[in-house]
Write a protein that binds this ligand. Structure first.
Ligand SMILES: [Fe+2]
Ligand SMILES: [Fe+2]
Length: 275
């Protein structure tokens, strides 16, 4: 299958230095503990997760002859490396607020160690392809629909929008590598089912932990949060159709052509400057 990735796509890491507020406002998203900790819980997964993504693509780097895909791999590694570093700083702010980030990271680190030891290189890459689809559809929603970050403090809006933009730019890199070196669709589907389970589990546990530390882990907060995610027009509910596209034969990430959204948002982060 030919890649649908735009031939003129440039994947260039932007050097950002967000200088996140220190201390971070405890409920930086709309003064809403659930929304804040939902994003925080995703941030907790990124440093280890993104290092894993880089490692899994590196395993196949020397089997790629196409110079333009090679160039994209370089961009992908650079971008994910930067994300990982920025989220380390973000997570340090959460530690400083008293959340037990080490405890939340531990099962993620363990799982990654297990996967890297026990799974084939192809299966490891399939996991990355699945998670990249996840991040791509979340990113598209954040860029296209400002309501999901409305009410957040500007610094946090910026870090999430920057991350979303770069996730969109490199969304098909791991996929294109996978299709060249393996291409097994069933393995991709299996990886997606597992990735979905662990992503939802980790984000739920992380959100719950931080709500509990704040003394906000009650039915009302949780029910409102679940409605925001899964209710009619909820953040996750609206993503179900694009999520399911991944399971189709012949799926390619750029069948969701959001290059226009990408271009419109790129200006905000031109030259690595936060404007
Ligand atoms: Fe990333
Ligand atoms: Fe990514």
């Amino acid at each position: 299958m030919n890649s649908l990735t735009p031939r003129d796509l440039k994947i260039v890491p932007r050097r950002m230095d967000f200088a996140l507020p220190d201390p971070l406002l405890r409920h930086w998203h709309s003064n809403d503990p659930f929304k804040t900790h939902f994003f925080n819980a995703m941030s907790v997964l990124f440093p280890d997760g993104e290092r894993y993504f880089i490692d899994s693509v590196r395993l196949f780097r020397d089997r790629i002859d196409d110079p333009s895909l090679q160039e994209q791999i370089r961009g992908f590694i650079g971008q994910e490396g930067h994300h990982s570093r920025e989220h380390v700083e973000y997570n340090d702010r959460l530690r400083a607020l008293g959340y037990d980030i080490d405890q939340l990271e531990m099962p993620v680190k363990k799982r990654i160690r297990f996967v890297q030891k026990q799974f084939t290189a192809e299966r490891q890459l399939a996991g990355t392809v699945a998670m990249e689809h996840f991040t791509a559809i979340l990113a598209d929603a954040l860029l296209r629909e400002p309501q999901w970050l409305e009410g957040a403090i500007p610094e946090m809006k910026q870090i999430w929008r920057w991350h979303a933009l770069e996730e969109t730019e490199h969304k098909a890199v791991a996929f294109d590598v996978y299709m060249q070196v393996c291409g097994d669709r069933d393995l991709l589907r299996k990886a997606m089912r597992q990735a979905t389970f662990f992503f939802l589990k980790d984000v739920t546990l992380g959100t719950w932990h931080m709500l509990r530390r704040d003394g906000c882990a009650n039915i009302g907060t949780w029910a409102r949060g679940m409605r925001w995610l899964w209710g009619r027009d909820g953040f996750f509910t609206r993503l179900i159709p694009v999520y399911r596209d991944f399971y189709r034969d012949g799926f390619h990430p750029w069948q969701h052509d959001n290059s226009e959204v990408m271009r419109m948002n790129a200006a905000e982060f031109a030259d690595g400057l936060v404007r």
